[in-house]
Design a protein around this ligand. Structure first.
Ligand code: DGP
Length: 114
């Protein structure tokens, strides 16, 4: 999508600290980290929210989660613990409308989330 910020990161039109990339996804450091490790895993294809992803993209969603575990290993948080978050629509706090998984770690998190 032409003016989507995460599409632009995926196409390398704007800079980001990319920590993993393959044919389907890109993972990069969040611009406003909420924890010592805070990365985002995005598909290169544009889907506004999880509600826009159909059953045919089941493999892509699984791949995003596996990439998150790989990045967690690379970042050294794999064995201590980490949190994956997919904010969906405004009430959950989604601010960028291109699906993404937050990978957060390196500190203790509260539950329930705020
Ligand atoms: P959410 O609120 O769940 O939609 O999360 C969007 C995240 O995206 C938020 O934590 C900040 C991050 N973000 C927004 N714009 C940029 C950007 O241009 N570069 C990077 N690296 N992260 C961004």
């Amino acid at each position: 999508m032409a003016d989507c910020i995460f599409c632009k990161i995926g196409r390398k039109e704007i800079p980001a600290k990319i920590v993993y990339e393959d044919r389907l996804v890109v993972a990069f450091d969040d611009i406003g980290p909420q924890a010592p490790t805070h990365c985002l895993v995005i598909p290169k294809a544009h889907y506004e929210t999880l509600n826009d992803v159909g059953a045919e993209q089941e493999g892509l969603l699984g791949h995003m989660m596996l990439v998150a575990t790989r990045v967690a290993r690379d970042k050294g948080i794999h064995d201590k613990g980490y949190r994956l978050v997919a904010n969906t629509l405004a009430e959950a706090g989604q601010s960028v409308f291109h699906i993404h998984l937050h990978l957060l770690g390196g500190r203790r998190f509260a539950w329930p989330p705020g």
